[in-house]
Ligand binder design. Sequence first.
Ligand SMILES: [Zn+2]
Length: 244
Amino acid sequence: MPGKIKRKLLAELVIFTVLFAVVAAFLGYTGFVIGQSDFASAAVFDAGKTKRIIVDPGHGGEDGGATGINGRVEKELNLELSQKLEAFLRLLDFDVIMTRDSDVSLGEDAEKGKRKMTDLVKRLEIAENNPDSVFLSIHMNKFPQEVCKGLQIWYSPNDDGSRRLADIIKNTVQTDLQSGNTRENKKANSSIYLLDRMKNISVLVECGFISNTEECAQLCDSAYQQKLAVCIADAVLDFYNNVG
Ligand SMILES: [Zn+2]
């Protein structure tokens, strides 16, 4: 590897490590000590076990998803949060597959009227091609009543691991970031195309309501996105460490 590229990669690793330590400390983990033990246990549990995660930023391209009360579009926030989550999961030694890493629809080559379904089918195919992977779909919520707020998780009905993963993410977020959030996880039905059909362990995280002024501002804030990404990454690691 050329020295210049190596130095750049090392610099990026240092930046992410410092960032992770700061956010972890903020969340009340006892400094970076527990963060380091997480890394250590990750290495131990890696033996013989696939640690591959598919991170799925919802929507993209001509499908913007919901529009927030401040005008921000869901597809952008999904991607920002997902890329932070990707970075933390890679630090924890996960192999991460992104269903998209830019503002595109996976169905944009299909004829008009079939693009949305093509997009979903292609996301499902990525999961089917990686059956040992956990599938994490990232979305933002919206509701006519502005008062609604709080992260909400849907889990696939096809594998009990999906429910357990959803529980760990919910508990981590409610403990570390949203103490007032009492929302219960929900089992997905046929209205959620991907989770209904997917055989992988899979959850869809509605990260919060962009129809709520306060929560929309948080979800647009890079520092808050970092905290939420750390919570989800930490929960995923807990899930892997306690599976089978
Ligand atoms: Zn969405």
